[in-house]
Each structure stands twice: as C-alpha cells, then as structure tokens.
Design a protein around this ligand. Structure first.
Ligand SMILES: Cc1cc2nc3c(=O)[nH]c(=O)nc-3n(C[C@H](O)[C@H](O)[C@H](O)COP(=O)(O)OP(=O)(O)OC[C@H]3O[C@@H](n4cnc5c(N)ncnc54)[C@H](O)[C@@H]3O)c2cc1C
Length: 316
C-alpha cells in the first residue's frame, strides 16, 4: 500500500488555502505591496516590456525559445482588453524586428472574455493576424473550467481562419481527452498541462497519480496524431516517459513537439533537454498584475511559500 507523507497529506488543503487566499483583496493588497521584492521576481521577468525583453534575450542566449505572457486576467473594461491585445501585437512586431525567438500566449479573460466573448474573439484574431504577418504563432492559455467550452469554441473559429493558433488542455479535467480527440481532425497545436486551478471533484481528478496518468494519456494521443504537441511540465518522470515514447516511435524532434517550462522553475532539467537536442520553450510572464500568477506558483509547490514568507520575515 502506498504510504502518504505528512507533506502530501497537507498538500491539498494548503494548495486550496493558497488559491482561496488569491481571491482575498486584503491578501492581494499586502502581497502586491512587497511581493515583487520578496519573491515574485523569481517567476516574473519584471513589470515593464523593457525588463521582459532583456530577460527574453538572455533566455534565448541560454538556448531556449520564449512564450511571452503579459500578466492580466478577468479584465472588466473594454479599453483595457483592447490595450492588452495591442501590447501583444507590439511584442510580436518587436520579436520579428529584433529576431527574438519568442511567440505569445494569452488568456482570453485578459482580452475581454468576461465582458463579451465577441470582443475576446476579435482581439485574439487581431493578435493571430499580426503573428501570421510576422511568421509567428500564438496560443490561448486555458483558465478555470467554466471557460473551457468558450475557449475551445473561440479556438475553433480562429482555426477556421488561421493555422498559427494553438490552445491548452489540462490533464486534471476528465473531459480533456474527449476535447483532444474532437480537435484532432483540425491538426491542432496543443499544449498539455496538469492544470493550475482548484476544480471540483465531479469534473477533475483529485489524486496526483491520476492527473499524471491522464497527462501521459493526453501526450501520447497528441503525439500519435497530426498537429503539434507542447509538453509543458517540470515533472522529470513524465519527461523521461515522453522521451522513451518519441524515441520508440521515431517522432521528429523539432517539427512535431517541444517541451515547455515556466521561467524560474525547472532550470537544470530544461538545460539538460536542450543539451540532448530537444526544443524547449520557457513561458516568461511580465507586467504589474502578477499577484494571481504568483499565488498559482505558490499553490503548486507549497514549499515555495516558505521561501516567500522567510523573505517577508527577514526583511528589515
Ligand atoms: C509552459 C507552461 C504553460 C502553462 N499554461 C497553463 C495554462 O494555460 N493553464 C493551466 O491551468 N496551467 C498552465 N500551466 C501550469 C500547469 O498546469 C501546472 O500547474 C504546473 O506546470 C505544475 O505542474 P507540473 O507539470 O510541473 O507537475 P507537478 O507534479 O506539479 O510538479 C513536478 C515538479 O516540478 C517542480 N515544480 C512544479 N511547480 C513548481 C513551482 N511552482 N515551483 C517550484 N517547483 C515546481 C517540482 O520539483 C515538482 O516536484 C502551465 C505550465 C507550463 C510549464
């Protein structure tokens, strides 16, 4: 019988508590005041585009491609949503002009999904067209489960017009394998992740072993089909299983898949993959709305919380 350590017993409630705290304005106010200095910088390139571009060049120099993300979600004002889309377009033009090896990934709620799905669609299409003109690609991130249907519907509409738009599936959701199979005739570019939000047990696996198992199921199904797979994880055991699979099936390394990791996590693992000849892309976020992103990174690995709190307590 598998034994449960104290850590693993505490992990789920702690994760739930951190994600719940992410919704508290008091916590947000306190963390936002000092968080950048205390630890957010480990996961976030900075608050400005200039800071981001410096990090992107440095990440490229280490042999990684970049997925740029401007921090923002749940936007309620049209002007803000349109402004976010314009910033993504500006980034894509800078990448082309300055030969930075980077594409962009964005959240539809940053582009106005909560205001009007049509607004989010138009903004996403604007970014996709700009990327196409620059010979680049874009990806729709996946957010909480209530957004999955509308995100996939918007991806389908975009896919009808563009061949450079990908999406994300989360292995903690029961539905993801069906979603992948439904998308397969469209030769999708799909990033597979475990999932970063708190979801109810009637729609999502609760046990890590089940999430991991479904992760591999999704990756193998995706690699076996047409399209492109972005294998986004820091899980060494999963990466080893994927390496065996692609070797046995002789799947070409660069055209059919890449590994992806988050900036600030998994550095040595990512470097080892590059050294073995794989393409690895680091997701590098920037912007001043970093609070929910930081809380998700803390919830994934509650040990990070200790570093964060230590920074807070030892601060003069
Ligand atoms: C490129 C990329 C894009 C993503 N996009 C989305 C998205 O669109 N939607 C979404 O819901 N989720 C997204 N995620 C987050 C994802 O769902 C997971 O929450 C996250 O990747 C952690 O899971 P893991 O696969 O690394 O596995 P885990 O089993 O959580 O972790 C494996 C190992 O990785 C290390 N690790 C993992 N997380 C951390 C951390 N925060 N700090 C330090 N070490 C850590 C630890 O060593 C851990 O043992 C994305 C992740 C990546 C890498």
């Amino acid at each position: 019988m598998p034994t449960l350590s104290l850590d693993s017993l505490l992990e789920r409630p702690l994760r739930a508590a951190i994600l719940a705290a992410a919704d508290s304005t008091a916590v947000q106010r306190a963390v936002s005041r000092y968080g950048m200095r205390l630890g957010a910088r480990r996961f976030v390139a900075g608050e400005t585009m200039g800071e981001f571009l410096a990090v992107a060049r440095e990440v490229n120099a280490r042999g990684f491609a970049v997925a740029a993300g401007i921090l923002g979600e749940g936007v309620r004002e049209r002007g803000e949503a349109i402004g976010a889309a314009d910033q993504y377009c500006e980034l894509l033009r800078i990448f082309a002009a300055e030969q930075i090896d980077a594409n962009v990934a964005f959240k539809l709620t940053h582009l106005g999904l909560d205001i009007d799905p049509e607004l989010a669609y138009e903004n996403a299409a604007h970014i996709a067209q700009t990327a196409l003109d620059a010979g680049n690609t874009v990806r729709l991130d996946m957010e909480q489960s209530r957004y999955v249907d509308v995100t996939l519907a918007i991806w389908r509409r975009l896919r009808g017009r563009f061949d450079n738009v990908g999406f994300v599936l989360q292995s903690y959701l029961f539905r993801s394998l069906d979603d992948l199979r439904a998308a397969k005739p469209l030769a999708p570019s799909v990033r597979i992740v475990k999932g970063a939000y708190l979801e109810p047990p009637d729609i999502a696996y609760e046990k890590k072993s089940e999430v991991d198992e479904n992760y591999l199921r999704l990756v193998f199904e995706s690699l076996d089909g047409p399209g492109f797979s972005a294998i986004a994880t820091h899980d060494q055991r999963i990466i080893e299983r994927v390496e065996t699979f692609v070797r046995e099936k002789a799947i070409p390394r660069r055209d059919r898949f890449e590994f992806q990791m988050l900036y600030g996590i998994g550095g040595p693992l990512a470097a080892a993959l590059v050294a073995r000849g794989y393409r690895v892309r680091l997701a590098v976020p920037y912007g001043n709305y970093w609070f929910p992103y930081l809380m998700r990174r803390l919830a994934e690995r509650p040990a990070n919380l200790a570093f964060f709190l230590k920074g807070a307590l030892t601060r003069e």
